[in-house]
Unconditional design. Structure first.
Length: 119
């Protein structure tokens, strides 16, 4: 079973930046497709970004131009760099493995990391 631990959330003012990290306990991390998801209060969980094992990426329209997803295979870690944050980005952020090609989450959920953006 793949286990993930998210970190890096916090409280930030609108326009600010945060970098989230997701540490993955899997020796074959480089073969995994990884995604970042978020869940705002009273809303469903949505996919924010995906990085495929080959390195190509997907970003939701709501975050294009502001967020970047990357990975460090040597550290078994996937990152989400979030710039120009908006109050509507407030949510608990989770990472998970995802299936090719539809990006459906496929592993165990971690505890998530809270991101709060104040106006």
């Amino acid at each position: 079973q793949v286990h993930v631990v998210e970190s890096g959330g916090g409280l930030v003012q609108a326009g600010g930046s945060l970098r989230l990290s997701c540490a993955v306990s899997e020796r074959t991390f480089s073969n995994l497709n990884m995604g970042w998801f978020r869940q705002a209060p009273d809303k469903g969980r949505e996919c924010v970004a995906i990085i495929w094992a080959g390195g190509s990426t997907y970003l939701a329209d709501s975050v294009k131009g502001r967020f970047t997803i990357s990975r460090d295979n040597a550290k078994n870690t996937v990152y989400l760099q979030m710039n120009h944050l908006k109050p509507e980005d407030t949510a608990v952020y989770y990472c998970n493995t995802v299936r090719w090609p539809n990006g459906v989450p496929s592993g165990n959920w971690g505890q998530g990391t809270q991101v709060t953006v104040s106006s």
